[in-house]
Design a protein around this ligand. Structure first.
Ligand SMILES: [Zn+2]
Length: 474
């Protein structure tokens, strides 16, 4: 049949498949309080009609309340999630069925057989409240390997313990935020280890923050491994993963995506910064129709890997764009430029401060790195053009204090009896029994104090600069 019709049967067949999936989402969504009225008499004869449906905004989600998006009885739900509160302190709720989670897990595992396979040890560092943490567990249960549930940002598995777990188990895959391999590498080096040689981790499945190629390549060099990017959100769940050519491809089986211009609801052109609008496909618990995700993305030309799925760059959240010297910069662009500058100084640790008249890029590096400052400025220029920038080299542990991170408390199962007649810990309270901070040595205390003082002085100087710039601006 294929190729015989001038009307491109594969495309129109695909369009009708998409339309069927979208109608399925509308049918499901009608059962939620959020969409019951909005979608009551809606019909979508074609994709154009669908694209005229009203957008679902974050305000809509918040007004709908805790259970507003839930489209199935609570008895069918197995998972509740919510976004971490943004600046307005509000968070969005999402309800998932077991199949919602299992489906996402299957899609990811099928897409990446090189990461997930029987016998692979997966160090799962995604925080427990974030959905990817549970997807990694499910992928393992579905035959994708052995998961170590070592969620970060908790006292149970502080960074030193995560590193020790990686060493002890010979873990192959690290799943977590992009900063995780950077922190673990710093910590490993502080302990005299070479991450590339002494720790088996060789695959990094990372998401939740900007991960430009320059940072991916640096992580790959430090660890002698490979980085694969994951993209999703609490409301929509899985949105896409990267291919071998580092392009983030959207998953058309689980989401239908539209790209709209920043200041109108017209479709955006390829390469233009665009609002990402997502309709979930097959999501039972909290189906969403034309959700304004709040993410600003850039649609890429067809990928060299040959995969026809749309590729994007996620530039950042819509409110996070920075205006500097008449230019709009997205977090991704700042992080990409700064990572390149840091790389020129052989560093992965940097922090950006946006001042009224320039971008201050603080980079933690060795003293001899100063010789490479021109290369760092050149890297910034190649990414940001003539934008006024300042590079500040700071000593080790000023931007990312591994000594501090290494000083995490030990956490124990709560106990109510302490036997002082036996060797071991002598406790006199419940809280002592739950958690114990290591004692602080004099040398460590002095180093802390001096770093604290230097940080405070730097802060005060920048505040003064800000006041002067404000006055001159008026
Ligand atoms: Zn690709």
């Amino acid at each position: 049949m294929s190729g015989s019709s001038p009307y491109s049967p594969s495309t129109s067949g695909n369009a009708s498949k998409v339309l069927d999936a979208l109608r399925g989402t509308l049918d499901g969504a009608r059962h939620s309080a959020l969409y019951a009225d909005r979608l009551r008499d809606v019909e979508v004869p074609d994709l154009d009609a669908f694209r005229k449906l009203p957008l679902t905004t974050r305000a809509d989600l918040q007004n709908a309340g805790l259970s507003g998006t839930r489209a199935v009885p609570i008895e069918q739900i197995c998972h509740y999630g919510e976004t971490s509160g943004t600046t307005d302190g509000q968070s969005n709720s999402t309800w998932l069925t077991a199949e919602d989670l299992a489906g996402n897990a299957r899609t990811i595992a099928a897409r990446h057989p090189e990461i997930f396979a029987p016998g692979k040890i997966l160090l799962n560092r995604f925080p427990f409240m974030a959905a990817p943490a549970h997807l990694i567990q499910l992928i393992a249960q579905q035959g994708g390997g052995v998961s170590i549930p070592a969620g970060n940002i908790n006292w149970d598995v502080p960074f030193p313990r995560a590193l020790e777990l990686a060493e002890r188990t010979g873990a192959n895959v690290l799943a977590g935020f992009p900063l995780e391999p950077v922190i673990l590498a710093q910590l490993a080096r502080a302990r005299g280890l070479d991450p590339a040689k002494d720790i088996a981790l060789d695959t990094f499945f990372l998401g939740g923050a900007a991960l430009p190629p320059v940072l991916q390549r640096r992580i790959e060099r430090i660890w002698n491994g490979r980085v694969i990017e994951l993209y999703g959100s609490t409301e929509t769940m899985l949105l896409g993963t990267a291919c071998a050519d580092r392009t983030l491809h959207l998953e058309p089986d689980v989401v239908y995506c539209e790209f709209l211009q920043l200041h109108s609801d017209e479709p955006a052109a390829e390469g233009e910064a665009a609002r990402l609008i997502v309709t979930t496909l097959g999501l039972e618990g909290s189906p969403l129709v034309r959700l304004e995700t709040g993410d600003i993305v850039r649609k890429l030309p067809p990928c060299s890997c040959g995969d026809a799925r749309t590729g994007i760059i996620v530039l950042g959240r819509d409110g996070d764009a920075v205006s500097l010297a008449g230019q709009t910069l997205y977090p991704y662009e700042i992080i990409e430029a700064a990572a390149a500058a840091a790389d020129a100084l052989d560093s992965s640790v940097f922090f950006n401060v946006v001042m009224p008249d320039h971008l201050l890029v603080r980079i933690e590096a060795e003293d001899e790195a100063a010789a490479h400052l021109p290369a760092a400025y050149e890297a910034l220029r190649s990414h940001l053009g003539d934008l006024p920038v300042e590079v500040e080299i700071t000593p080790t542990n000023t931007l990312l204090d591994v000594e501090h991170l290494g000083r995490s408390p030990s956490v124990y199962k709560p106990i109510l009896v302490s036997d002082w007649t036996k060797p071991g810990r002598q406790l006199i309270s419940v809280s002592q029994g739950m958690m114990e901070w290591p004692s602080l040595g004099l040398g460590e205390a002095l180093r802390w104090l001096s770093r604290g003082v230097r940080g405070a002085i730097r802060r005060r100087r920048l505040q003064r600069e800000l006041r002067v710039a404000d006055k001159e601006g008026r």
